[in-house]
Design a protein. Structure first.
Length: 256
């Protein structure tokens, strides 16, 4: 299938159409892609919540032989893979429920704790996600990804100082963690520390040139500083990065 290049607005229209037709997988893929390009997009967040609610309340009919998602789960790699698949399908409540059930038996399974935190974050249950990631860090103080995930949830709650501190902890553990530098830049920008934010975004792009969030974040700072040409160039660079599952057949370009 050839990829269709759409603006953010066109992608949202297409996703809404897929939702109205009951094509929840396609709608979920596109709305998730919109959030990767524009994390604060309220329309995409709202529809993802609707999709999760619809899927949870009206699950598709299952064949009589139980598929993997209905089989009893155990804490092995196959089970974790099933949960990740459910997560990618947007079945977040199912993931949350199964993770909580598994953790009653396997209370120190870091992968499951982290996946629980991710499902909570996607559902915008940020306070619960924060508590979950802190639990993972307490079990393993060297769990770099948990520090980043904690920082991301804290930033969503507006706790930017704490977010920045946890990004720095992740970077101390892994200096080449591009995503941690990027989230740090966002937190610093929210704290009105543009010079530090620029350094962090540039470091993120040095480590991972196709990290669209860093390009867009840097572009927005330049625009506020009146550096229109540099700002627009960086935003275009970020908005032309393809960053989601091509199964929907859509490549989002973004908008000025």
């Amino acid at each position: 299938m050839s990829k269709k290049k759409l603006t953010l607005q066109q992608a949202i229209i297409r996703a809404k159409s897929a939702y109205e037709k009951g094509e929840f997988d396609i709608a979920s893929n596109i709305f998730s892609a919109v959030l990767k390009k524009q994390p604060g997009n309220k329309v995409a967040k709202g529809f993802l919540q609707k999709i999760e609610k619809d899927t949870f309340q009206n699950p598709p009919e299952k064949p009589k032989s139980s598929p993997p998602s209905e089989q009893p789960l155990s804490s092995d790699q196959a089970t974790i893979n099933m949960l990740i698949e459910l997560y990618n399908q947007g079945n977040l409540l199912k993931v949350e429920t199964e993770c909580r059930r598994l953790l009653k038996v396997h209370s120190k399974e870091l992968t499951i704790i982290n996946l629980l935190g991710a499902s909570l974050t996607k559902q915008m249950k940020y306070n619960e996600a924060v508590a979950t990631y802190k639990e993972a860090i307490q079990l393993n103080p060297s769990f770099t990804e948990a520090f980043l995930n904690l920082a991301t949830a804290l930033k969503e709650l507006g706790r930017n100082g704490e977010s920045a501190k946890n990004c720095k902890k992740a970077i101390k553990l892994n200096p080449d963690f591009a995503e941690a530098h990027c989230v740090l830049g966002g937190a610093q920008n929210n704290l009105e520390q543009p010079k530090d934010a620029i350094k962090s975004f540039k470091k993120a792009l040095l480590l991972k040139p196709d990290l669209s969030e860093a390009s867009i974040g840097l572009g927005n700072i330049y625009l506020r500083q009146g550096l229109m040409e540099k700002g627009l160039r960086m935003k275009r660079r970020g908005q032309h990065v393809i960053c989601f599952d091509p199964s929907s057949g859509v490549s989002i370009l973004g908008e000025e």
